[in-house]
Design a protein around this ligand. Structure first.
Ligand code: HEC
Ligand code: HEC
Length: 239
């Protein structure tokens, strides 16, 4: 009796799992079809400049409310701190950068893998005002502290001098001293978890992430080796 009961239970679950699998296959196929029909427009320097000028003024208080109500906190922590090494850190990030990523996920300019697809769905629900509110909330959370690695660190040269022979501009020229961020959408890097940093750098290098304006970032990732990317991740990560 107990046995039969639990067997029926198992069959029901089996059925549900199968139905779920079919449903998600159908969704994946229709998502793919929608993707093919979607007209994804890349930024030009001029179109991004004008979108940035039109960025609504964000309100951190409203951003905090959205962070809780839209479940951002369940994946990104109470203040935008990374909960897993493979997901990005948002706290202290420049508002223009965060705003741009949310626009890019919503418009599918950024759609490199299944993790980005989570954010495609999340961002499609947000208005530009809400994106700006969230962006300002994260910016106000402050970057994690980390002493600047000394000049013996294996990535020091690339960060502060670059490599003229491979046309690599020093990372610090755009990402600021000690990874604290540059101007406009140039993000801060300090505190980005090691695994996320490596993953997104390789995606820039290999062409899967191409939401940057006029390859303004990808061109510097393209010449890098796996070892250099790992050293750079270590340079900026907090632990
Ligand atoms: C189910 C989990 C989940 C939820 C909910 C979620 N995120 Fe994300 N978010 C992720 C993952 C995973 C990534 C990394 C995606 C990638 O690699 O492209 C990410 C990436 C991001 C990024 C890019 C950061 C960077 O450094 O480029 C931003 C910004 C962001 N999320 C904001 C939000 C906001 C705002 C919300 C709520 C409206 C939210 N997320 C909800 C999982 C989630
Ligand atoms: C000319 C300016 C410039 C230089 C030089 C540059 N970057 Fe970037 N980087 C950017 C911009 C702009 C973005 C934002 C791209 C976008 O729109 O998503 C970016 C994005 C990134 C990201 C993604 C951050 C995130 O949260 O997903 C990483 C990691 C990164 N850069 C690392 C580096 C490293 C390491 C170097 C040096 C080898 C470097 N960058 C050199 C401008 C630059």
């Amino acid at each position: 009796m107990t046995h039969n009961h639990s067997k029926r239970q198992a069959d029901r679950w089996g059925g549900r799992v199968l139905a779920g699998a079919l449903l998600s296959m159908a969704l994946a196929t229709s998502a793919q079809a929608a993707e093919e029909q979607r007209n994804v427009v890349s930024w030009s320097p001029a179109s991004w400049q004008s979108a940035m000028r039109e960025m609504p003024t964000g309100d951190a208080q409203r951003g905090k409310g959205l962070h809780d109500q839209r479940f951002c906190a369940s994946c990104h922590g109470e203040h935008g701190e990374s909960l897993t090494g493979n997901w990005p850190h948002l706290a202290g990030q420049r508002a223009e950068y965060t705003y741009k990523q949310l626009l890019d996920y919503a418009d599918h300019r950024r759609r490199e893998d299944s993790r980005a697809h989570i954010m495609n769905e999340v961002s499609e629900q947000l208005s530009e005002q809400e994106m700006a509110d969230l962006a300002v909330f994260y910016e106000q959370q402050g970057l994690p502290d980390k002493a600047k690695p000394d000049s013996s660190h294996p990535a020091h040269e690339l960060v502060s001098v670059g490599d003229p022979s491979r046309l690599i501009t020093p990372c610090a020229a755009c990402h600021g001293n000690n990874g604290s961020g540059g101007i406009n959408e140039s993000p801060s890097l300090r505190g980005q978890p090691h695994d996320y940093f490596v993953r997104t750098m390789k995606m820039f290098r290999d062409g899967a992430r191409h939401n940057d304006v006029a390859k303004g970032m990808a061109q510097f990732a393209e010449p890098l080796t796996d070892e250099e990317i790992a050293a750079l991740a270590d340079y900026y990560a907090v632990d």
